[in-house]
Design a binder for this molecule. Structure first.
Ligand SMILES: Nc1ncnc2c1ncn2[C@@H]1O[C@H](COP(=O)(O)OP(=O)(O)OP(=O)(O)O)[C@@H](O)[C@H]1O
Ligand SMILES: [Zn+2]
Length: 735
C-alpha cells in the first residue's frame, strides 16, 4: 500500500516537487516548482511531452530522476488548492477500489474551465416584461428559464435547452421578458436560512431529528441508518440534520439516485430554507457546473444536491452527507472507476469529521448488518405520516388465473383496476422491462434476433420503431424478413415489455387515460418531469412503468399497484437477487395509498410460496434481513466475507481465456491470505461490443489485507495490449 502523505508544505522556486496528473501514468512525476513557488495541493499546469496537462502538487519530489533534466511547472492555476483531506480521500479511495491514482484524480477535477481566469460573461435572467405574442417556441424558452429557478444561463445554453434558435431568445430579450446582464463568472449561491419555520414534526420524527442534530453538532464522524417506511417523512427528518449543519457553518451534501427526483427535492429545499441549493449532475449546464465546483471550494455553496460524483467536489468544510435511497443500485458506478458512492460517502465523512445519513425504506443488507453490529446508529420511522397507512399486499397466484396467450394482466388484477377507475383513483401497473418485447422470434426458423456485437437479444422498441441492444445500445430498424432464414412476415414478439403492456391495457380498459413511464421514452428530463407532475395532478387513470416509478415519487391519487411479474428478479444466480426483489417490490408497493385513501398492492406470481415472495407479503422486514444475513454469513458471502470480480475482455477469445487461466494458476499471493479464486468462466453476457468477456471471482475472509493481495496477484502478469482487465471490489452486478 502507499505511504502516508508527507507533511504539507511550501516549495521555493526550483525545488523538486511531485505532481500527480490526470494522465494514465503509474503515479506522480517530478517537476520543479515555478517562479513564486507553490504549495501542496496547488492545481498546476505541467509540460508532458509536447503537451500541457492538468495536475496537482502531491508532495516533495521523489528524486531518482536526473535533476538537470527536470522541467518546471508552467503555471499555478487560479483555484483553491486541493485540501490535504481531499488528497487523502483520493489516495484511500484509489487503494480501496484498486484504481490508478490518475483515474481517481480525474473524478475530482471534472470542473469545466478549471484553468481559465475568472471573467465576466453575459447571462440571462427572467425579466418583468411580457412579449405581445407568445409562440410555442417562446413558451418553451420561458419554461426552460423557470426550470433553472433563477440560476444564470447563457444564450447558447438556454436556446439549446429549449430547442430553439438563438433569435427566439433574443426576441424575448427585446420584449423585456428576459434580461441580459454582465455578471462575474462564478457567484456564490444564495444564503440558505436554517431557521425558517419547518413543518411540525411528529414525536417520532422529532426524536429522530434531535438525534441527528446532536450528531451533526458533535463535529465528529458517525453514520446513521435512517430507516422509515415509504412516506414516513425521512426527508423531513434529514432536512433537520441539514439545517443543523448549516447552522454550524459547515457544508452539506445530499445524494439522490436519480436526476428525475432532483426537481421535487429542490422545491422542498426552497420551501424549507428559502432558496435553492447548488446542483451537480449530468443535467446541469457547464456554466453551472463550473460555478458549483468553484463555489464549493471557496465556501460559496452551503448545500449541494447531486449525483454520486458530487462526492468528489472540493468541499471546504463538509459536515454532512445524506445518501437518500441508499440501497439504490445506481450508486454503484459500473463504468470506468468502479466505486460505490454509499461506501465512499462513509470513507469521505470519516476523513473530514462529518456525519453520514443513509436513508431508505429498504436498506441494503450491508447497511442493516452494520447497524445491527452497532457500527452505525439506527433510526426507525415505523408509520406513515398523517392518516396514510401502509398498503395491503396480496399475491395473485397466476397458476389459477385464466389468461389467454400473449396477455399479462390477469382477470383479478383487471377487475381491481376497473374498481379503482370507477372511484376516480389511479392504478399503477409495474413491469421492470423497457421496450415492447424482450425477444423477437422467427416462426419459420426458430432463431431469435440477436445483437451483432453482443451475446444479447435485440429488444423491440415499437415507439422508436427499432430493435435495440440493451448492452451496447446498438439499434436497427425492425426488419420485415428474418435475418437468418429470410422468411418474410414471420417475425413475432415474445414476452412483455412495458410498451406491449400499454397496448394490452388500452384494449382491456377502453377510454382509460394511460401514461407510460419508461426512461427511454422521454427526450429530456423536463419532459419526464412534466409527465410525472401530470400524473400527480390526476391526468392519468393508469400508469404503466419500469423501475423509474418505484423511486420516491408522490402520486396522491394512486391507490392500486399491480406488479405484472413479481418473479422476474428471482431468476438467475445473482447473490443479491432476493434482496433486490424484496427492495423493489416493497418500494413499488409503497407508491400506493400515500394520501388519505388506503392503498393495495397485488403481486402476480407463479410461486406464491417462494420465501422471498412470502417475506414481501408479510412485511416482516427484520425477519427477512435476519434470514438473508444468516444465509450469507453461512456462505461467507458479503458483507460477511470479501469478494472481488475480475472481468477480462478482448476481441480474441483464445487470448482472454489463456490470460485468465494463467492468472488463476498463479494464485500464491491470494493463497497467502487464505483467499480463493473461482473461474475463469465466460461472463453471463459473454460478448459485449465485440469483446469476449471472461470472469474470475475472488473470495476472502473479512479482516484480511484483501486489496493488497489482489494488487500483488494482478501485477504478476502484464496483460497484452488488446486485453482489458477491470477489478470490481464488492461487485453488485455479475454481468
Ligand atoms: N411532520 C410533517 N408535517 C407535514 N407533512 C409531512 C410531515 N412529515 C411528512 N410529511 C409529508 O408526507 C409526505 C411524505 O414525506 P417524505 O417525502 O419526507 O417521506 P419519505 O419517508 O422520504 O418518503 P419516501 O421513502 O417515499 O421517499 C411528504 O409530502 C411530506 O411533506
Ligand atoms: Zn449489443
Amino acid at each position: 500500500m502507499r505511504d502516508a502523505l508527507p507533511q504539507p508544505g511550501h516549495y521555493e522556486e526550483g525545488a523538486r516537487i511531485a505532481v500527480l496528473t490526470t494522465q494514465p501514468l503509474p503515479g506522480p512525476l517530478d517537476y520543479r516548482a515555478p517562479e513564486g513557488g507553490c504549495w501542496d495541493g496547488a492545481f498546476v499546469e505541467v509540460p508532458l511531452g509536447p503537451r500541457r496537462v492538468l495536475g496537482v502538487v502531491w508532495g516533495p519530489g521523489e528524486g531518482g530522476f536526473d535533476a538537470a533534466r527536470l522541467r518546471p511547472v508552467n503555471r499555478v492555476l487560479d483555484a483553491a488548492p486541493m485540501r490535504a483531506e481531499m488528497r487523502e480521500f483520493i489516495l484511500k479511495a484509489a487503494d480501496y477500489t484498486l484504481t490508478p491514482l490518475p483515474a481517481m484524480l480525474r473524478l475530482a477535477t471534472r470542473a469545466p474551465g478549471l484553468g481559465g481566469a475568472p471573467t465576466m460573461r453575459r447571462v440571462l435572467r427572467r425579466g418583468d416584461g411580457a412579449p405581445d405574442r407568445m409562440t410555442d417556441a417562446r413558451t418553451r424558452v420561458m419554461e426552460a428559464l423557470d426550470e433553472w429557478g433563477g440560476a444564470a444561463v447563457t444564450l447558447k445554453e438556454l436556446s439549446d435547452a429549449a430547442g430553439v434558435t438563438s433569435s427566439v431568445v433574443k426576441g424575448l430579450v427585446k420584449a423585456g421578458a428576459i434580461l441580459e446582464e454582465d455578471s462575474p463568472r462564478d457567484t456564490p449561491y444564495p444564503w440558505l436560512d436554517p431557521d425558517l419555520p419547518s413543518v411540525e414534526l411528529t414525536p417520532d420524527q422529532e426524536a429522530g431529528a434531535t438525534m441527528l442534530r446532536e450528531a451533526v453538532g458533535s463535529g465528529r464522524y458517525g453514520t446513521t441508518m435512517l430507516r422509515g417506511v415509504t412516506g414516513s417523512g425521512k426527508t423531513e427528518v434529514y432536512m433537520e440534520a441539514v439545517a443543523e449543519c448549516l447552522r454550524q457553518g459547515r457544508q452539506a451534501l445530499v445524494l439522490l439516485p436519480e436526476i428525475a427526483l432532483t426537481s421535487e427535492f429542490l422545491t422542498r429545499v426552497q420551501d424549507r430554507f428559502g432558496a435553492r441549493p447548488a446542483e451537480w449532475h449530468s443535467g446541469v449546464t457547464m456554466t453551472e457546473r463550473r460555478r458549483c465546483w468553484r463555489m464549493v471550494g471557496e465556501g460559496g455553496a452551503s448545500l449541494v444536491v447531486g449525483a454520486r460524483s458530487a462526492l468528489f467536489l472540493p468541499y471546504r468544510d463538509l459536515g454532512l452527507i445524506v445518501v437518500d435511497e441508499e440501497h439504490d443500485t445506481s450508486y454503484k458506478q459500473e463504468d470506468g472507476v468502479l466505486y460505490n458512492a454509499r461506501d465512499m460517502a462513509v470513507l469521505r465523512a470519516s476523513l473530514c469529521s462529518a456525519q453520514v445519513v443513509l436513508a431508505s425504506a429498504t436498506p441494503s443488507l450491508e447497511t442493516w448488518v452494520n447497524a445491527e453490529a452497532g457500527k452505525y446508529r439506527r433510526l426507525d420511522l415505523a408509520s406513515r405520516f398523517g392518516t396514510a397507512v401502509m398498503p395491503e399486499l396480496h399475491a395473485l397466484d397466476m397458476r389459477t388465473e385464466d389468461l389467454p396467450g400473449s396477455h399479462w394482466i390477469s382477470p383479478t388484477l383487471a377487475d381491481a383496476v376497473r374498481a379503482r377507475m370507477e372511484k376516480g383513483e389511479q392504478a399503477l401497473l409495474f413491469l421492470n422491462r423497457r421496450g415492447y418485447a424482450p425477444v423477437t422470434l422467427c416462426r419459420a426458423c426458430g432463431q431469435q434476433i440477436g445483437c451483432d456485437h453482443c451475446d444479447a437479444r435485440m429488444v423491440e422498441h415499437r415507439f422508436l420503431k427499432r430493435l435495440i441492444c440493451h448492452q451496447c445500445g446498438e439499434s436497427k430498424p425492425i426488419p420485415e424478413a428474418c435475418p437468418s432464414c429470410g422468411a418474410e412476415g414471420r417475425l413475432a414478439p415474445v414476452g412483455p415489455g412495458v410498451e406491449r403492456l400499454a397496448e394490452e391495457a388500452a384494449e382491456a380498459f377502453p377510454g382509460a387515460r394511460i401514461s407510460l413511464l419508461s426512461s427511454d421514452l422521454f427526450g429530456s428530463s423536463r419532459a419526464l418531469k412534466a409527465e410525472i407532475e401530470g400524473i400527480a395532478a390526476g391526468q392519468a387513470d393508469i400508469i404503466i412503468g419500469t423501475q423509474i416509478v418505484a423511486k420516491g415519487h408522490n402520486f396522491p391519487l394512486l391507490t392500486l399497484v399491480g406488479v405484472i411479474d413479481a418473479d422476474l428478479g428471482l431468476q438467475g444466480s445473482d447473490l443479491r437477487a432476493a434482496e433486490r426483489t424484496f427492495q423493489l417490490m416493497r418500494q413499488v408497493a409503497g407508491r400506493a395509498g400515500r394520501a388519505e385513501k388506503p392503498g393495495q398492492a397485488l403481486l402476480q406470481t407463479f410461486q406464491p410460496e417462494h420465501a422471498v415472495i412470502r417475506a414481501i407479503l408479510s412485511g416482516d422486514e427484520e425477519g427477512f434481513w435476519r434470514a438473508e444475513a444468516d444465509e450469507r454469513r453461512a456462505a461467507g458471502m458479503p458483507p460477511f466475507g470479501r469478494m472481488a470480480g475480475i472481468v477480462l475482455s478482448s476481441t480474441e477469445v483464445g487470448e482472454v481465456f489463456d490470460f485468465a487461466s494463467e492468472l488463476a494458476r498463479r494464485d500464491a499471493p491470494l493463497r497467502r491470505i487464505g483467499a480463493q479464486v473461482f473461474g475463469p468462466a465466460p461472463a453471463p453476457i459473454a460478448r459485449i461490443r465485440g469483446r469476449h468477456r471472461v470472469r474470475l471471482l475472488v473470495k476472502a475472509d473479512k479482516g484480511t489485507p484483501f486489496q493488497a493481495a489482489l494488487a500483488d496477484w494482478i501485477s504478476q502478469l502484464k496483460p497484452p495490449t488488446n486485453l482489458r482487465l477491470a477489478v470490481d471490489i464488492d461487485p453488485q452486478s455479475f454481468l
